[in-house]
Design a protein around this ligand. Structure first.
Ligand SMILES: CC(C)(COP(=O)(O)OP(=O)(O)OC[C@H]1O[C@@H](n2cnc3c(N)ncnc32)[C@H](O)[C@@H]1OP(=O)(O)O)[C@@H](O)C(=O)NCCC(=O)NCCS
Length: 181
């Protein structure tokens, strides 16, 4: 069996020591945020900060999406993306608004930052569309728990969704529908 993927947080459903939830400010990122977000992402997931800078800058300029930051006392401690994606021509993942790339700096984890970033993006998508989509590696159990807790349910399991090929060969396509009245 393959070992854990170092890009994902170790799966600890019930940590022994917990820090208080952080009070973070969540907002749409601007061009000025890009260099710090690129460093955060390169440290958390590997790859060069320069490559990440280009990718994050493109995401900031997206017409039907955005980059969102979480800051504590002005310091970026996490960020995430949301974008409208058309139906994928190869793996046929459906068109819709997708939450992607949530990353929290390792020293700020387990303090509710990803939950805040996800709730903020869900609120934004709900103003555009009923359904909210995301794709997650089956091996990223921390991220699966985070999203399921916020109302995402699994729709399909596959090797690739929206062109994302999963470590270990299996990932989930998930959708959150509006809460029932
Ligand atoms: C996954 C990640 C974004 C979570 O960020 P975070 O700010 O630590 O998450 P939160 O504190 O908001 O956690 C919310 C819930 O998610 C789940 N969760 C988060 N991290 C977890 C972990 N390491 N193990 C188990 N569950 C976890 C828990 O249900 C948690 O609620 P709880 O703390 O009340 O038990 C962060 O670990 C990270 O950046 N990982 C690397 C990048 C990545 O894998 N991104 C997701 C790509 S789809």
């Amino acid at each position: 069996m393959a070992g854990p993927d170092p890009r994902f947080a170790a799966y600890v459903p019930s940590p022994v020591d917990r820090q208080a939830p952080a009070t973070a400010e969540v907002a749409k990122a601007t061009e000025d945020d890009v260099p710090a977000l690129a460093v955060l992402q390169s440290r958390a997931r590997g790859g060069s900060a320069r490559d990440w800078e280009n990718r994050i800058r493109r995401a900031c300029g997206s017409e039907r999406g955005m980059v969102v930051t979480a800051k504590v006392s002005g310091e970026a401690v996490g960020y995430a993306n949301v974008a409208f994606l058309p139906e994928h021509p190869v793996d046929h993942a459906p068109a819709g608004y997708y939450l992607t790339g949530v990353t929290v700096a390792p020293t700020w984890r387990r303090r509710g930052i990803a939950r805040l970033l996800t709730l903020w993006r869900m609120g934004w998508v709900r103003e555009q569309d009923a359904a909210i989509w995301c794709v997650i590696s089956a091996r990223n159990r921390a991220s699966l728990d985070l999203h399921r807790e916020l109302g995402f349910d699994h729709v399909l399991i596959g090797a690739s969704f929206q062109g994302v090929e999963f470590t270990g060969g299996e990932g989930w396509l998930l959708r959150a529908d509006p809460p029932r009245q």
